[in-house]
Design a binder for this molecule. Sequence first.
Ligand code: PLP
Length: 454
Amino acid sequence: MESYRIHLSESEMPQEWYNIIPDLPSPPPPYLHPATGERITPDDLAAIFPRALIEQEVSPERWIAIPDDIRRIYQLWRPSPLHRARNLEAALKTPARIYYKNESVSPAGSHKPNTAVAQAYYNKVEGITRLATETGAGQWGCALALACNFFDLECTVYMVKVSYHQKPYRRSLMHIWGASVYPSPTDRTQAGRDILAKDPETSGSLGMAISEAVEDAATHPDTNYALGSVLNHVMLHQTIVGLETKKQLALAEDSPDVLIGCVGGGSNFAGFCFPFIPDKLGGQDIRVVAVEPTACPTLTKGSYTYDFGDTTGLTPLIMMYTLGHSFVPSGIHAGGLRYHGDAPLLCQLVHEKVIEARAYPQNPVFEAARLFAETEGIIPAPETAHAIRAAVDEAIVCKETNQAKCIVFNFSGHGHFDLAAYDAFLEGQLKDIELDPDEMIKKALAELPQVKGK
Ligand SMILES: Cc1ncc(COP(=O)(O)O)c(C=O)c1O
């Protein structure tokens, strides 16, 4: 019998996360202090992060044990299945083998709880009682609300205003799990008030919401900040995805030719592909493809330079591909991909040409999502649909060139709360690009911070 799903038992769930830092071709550039431009110290970060996560951020250890309390919560949905997309393959008439790792089976519907649970745990252990965060599409806010609920922590979520209105049911989920949710920018923080004074009609952005959440955490001693992507410790927690995928491909007696994931801040992509990078660096012929929207083309059109992680310049300066911290992407439906920067570890590997990047407009992405829903049944999150578009295109190339490649992508989340976006697509209302991003990028890049020695 042909198998459609490759499962691991709960006891086969990885016991350690994989840290890519010791395996990188060169050491990662340091984070710099936003005010002084000097290297950031652990003490600088201690105001908003627990010690354990600060240590993970710079750890030279290749393997980091997953505490039992985290593993017990992971077991509610992990290991997640790896699916062979046989119906999609048949519809495309491709000789390629297509697999997808299904992270949509978590209670919050995406990969985000993999790090939310870890972050809530380490904060709880260090005596913190509340976490503040931002959310774009609402997936991360839901994941953190869920995790805080498990560890009995309060949770405050600054939700990008456009998504707050586009995705009311994500708000409901956060409320069920006990979080307080505010449309950002708000008048609760100085950062929010300053942004609103300049542009009262702003649709918000992840960069703005990060400024608000960081300020909230920095001004309340009982509160820390939790970030759903970008930072090294978030990539680390997400590697459970790729580690499981590796074991599952081995069970299927297959190995990847192409690995694909969508990129907002980089966490699902990094978690999925980092465990394969040592194989690639060791000579295995694997292409690793990061997919982003043309409306927010960080990796394909950004500059590789130091920039702030947020809009107002509260976060450390990070060496990354950036569109400029003042770049506000148009309100496309993949809200989780609307971020001006990307994870520095991922950016470094793109810069060193280990990872390739490509961008797609909304309509072809939703066409691929519809094909996937028709063939495999699951309705993808608009973010995830970017990876599906690229996987479908790779499979079409295989058909044209008659190559039976193994294409594996990360199915980062389902789209059950994105149905308004699907309605807009089905009614032909989706615009591909509302504003000219090239002009906006030029303007935002002109506002990059000056950094010593750069
Ligand atoms: C389903 C889904 N996929 C992908 C992303 C992008 O985030 P990241 O690049 O950190 O995985 C998001 C962000 O909210 C998301 O909700």
